[in-house]
Design a protein around this ligand. Structure first.
Ligand SMILES: NC(=O)c1ccc[n+]([C@@H]2O[C@H](COP(=O)([O-])OP(=O)(O)OC[C@H]3O[C@@H](n4cnc5c(N)ncnc54)[C@H](O)[C@@H]3O)[C@@H](O)[C@H]2O)c1
Ligand SMILES: O=P(O)(O)OC[C@H](O)CO
Length: 317
């Protein structure tokens, strides 16, 4: 894997498209999408952005199997996609870009890769980053997590550009759970704002939500300090405070009792249920996560969820 080596991106949604634009600054990129026409230069999920000449678009996965393959697909689609294409993908450096927990298995993206492609070198790219910011060339810092440190160093170098600053860690569980769980807390923050509970309530949700993220991640084997980094606290702050976030906007609609376009990817919905199940299995108390899961599944209203959270026994912080 040399600097400027070709990169393949599977998934031509907002994030796959944005990464293609950014990584084209350092070498050739092949972008595969299931609905992509060869030669297509504009992406429906990434409005007002034209792909640069260094990006080749294709609807043949075989064309995008470069030394590094980024998987820019939603978390709930990853397992099925990998199983379907395992023969092509196994044995490669596969970098998941998804932020979620697989609802069926309770696994994070790296474990999902390992299960479907046992000979691949799996990694995850996460951290605070809106596709529309990256595609516009705005400065962004990400986290690359890979259990193999030498591979983490190589991927970090290969995926960094003058404006895309990639940090690395070998704490895969911590990095991927931070990215997954912040989406759940962002739904709660959005719901609080949408329901008119105010900014003080949002600050409480961010803080107590962060405690829940850390509790579950540490219980699953993460280092607590990973959660204070870009992939945890960094992304939590971004996603809970910006209407650029789909999870936050979904929460806003939920809190306001308004409809939300079901075609928009909102990772926190499935991940709330997956995280609540993991917490039950680990004997952990994650009240905000459970409330989001109940809200999303229609088992609670915004008022009953708030009442349940406020009625909890008083405790030490
Ligand atoms: N958009 C962002 O700002 C952003 C930033 C960082 C990380 N992410 C993460 O990246 C992942 C993808 O998000 P996105 O924003 O690109 O979503 P998106 O909805 O914009 O695009 C998802 C793409 O995946 C494709 N897809 C879905 N299921 C598929 C399947 N089974 N086979 C093949 N293709 C399939 C869709 O056709 C679509 O092109 C999510 O986990 C998200 O959390 C997104
Ligand atoms: O739009 P969201 O809520 O999926 O968030 C996008 C990124 O994960 C922000 O880092």
């Amino acid at each position: 894997m040399t600097s400027g080596a070709p990169i393949g991106i599977l998934g031509a949604g907002a994030f796959g498209g944005a990464l293609a634009v950014a990584l084209a600054a350092r070498g050739p990129v092949t972008l595969w999408g299931r609905d992509l026409r060869p030669g297509q230069r504009a992406l429906p999920r990434l409005r007002d952005v034209d792909l640069p000449p260094a990006v080749t678009t294709t609807d043949r996965i075989e064309d995008a199997l470069d030394a590094i393959v980024l998987l820019a697909l939603p978390a709930q689609a990853l397992s099925g996609f990998l199983s379907q294409h395992a023969a092509l993908l196994d044995g490669r450096a596969l970098v998941a870009c998804a932020k979620g927990i697989d609802l069926n298995s309770g696994l994070g993206p790296v474990e999902v890769i390992a299960a479907a492609c046992p000979n691949a070198t799996p990694a995850v790219l996460t951290g605070p980053s809106f596709a529309h910011d990256i595609a516009r060339g705005l400065p962004t810092a990400l986290t690359l997590a890979c259990a193999d440190e030498a591979q983490a160093i190589a991927l970090q170098a290969a995926l960094s550009t003058p404006v895309l600053r990639v940090y690395r860690t070998t704490d895969v569980i911590g990095a991927e759970l931070g990215g997954a769980l912040k989406n759940v807390i962002a739904i709660a923050a959005g719901a609080a704002i949408g329901a008119g509970f105010g900014d003080s309530a949002r600050a409480a949700i961010i803080t107590r939500g962060f405690a829940e993220m850390t509790r579950l991640a540490v219980s699953r084997g993460a280092r607590a300090d990973t959660l204070t980094g870009l992939s945890g606290l960094g992304d939590l702050v971004l996603t809970c405070t910006s209407e650029g976030s789909r999870n936050f906007r979904f929460g806003l609609a939920l809190g306001a009792g308004e409809p939300f376009d079901p075609a928009i990817t909102v990772e926190g919905v499935a991940t709330a249920s997956a995280a609540a199940a993991l917490a039950r299995a680990e004997g952990l108390d994650l009240p905000i996560t459970a409330a989001v899961s109940d809200l999303c599944q229609g088992r609670a209203t915004i008022q009953t969820a708030l009442a349940a959270l406020l009625a909890r026994p008083l405790k030490e912080e």
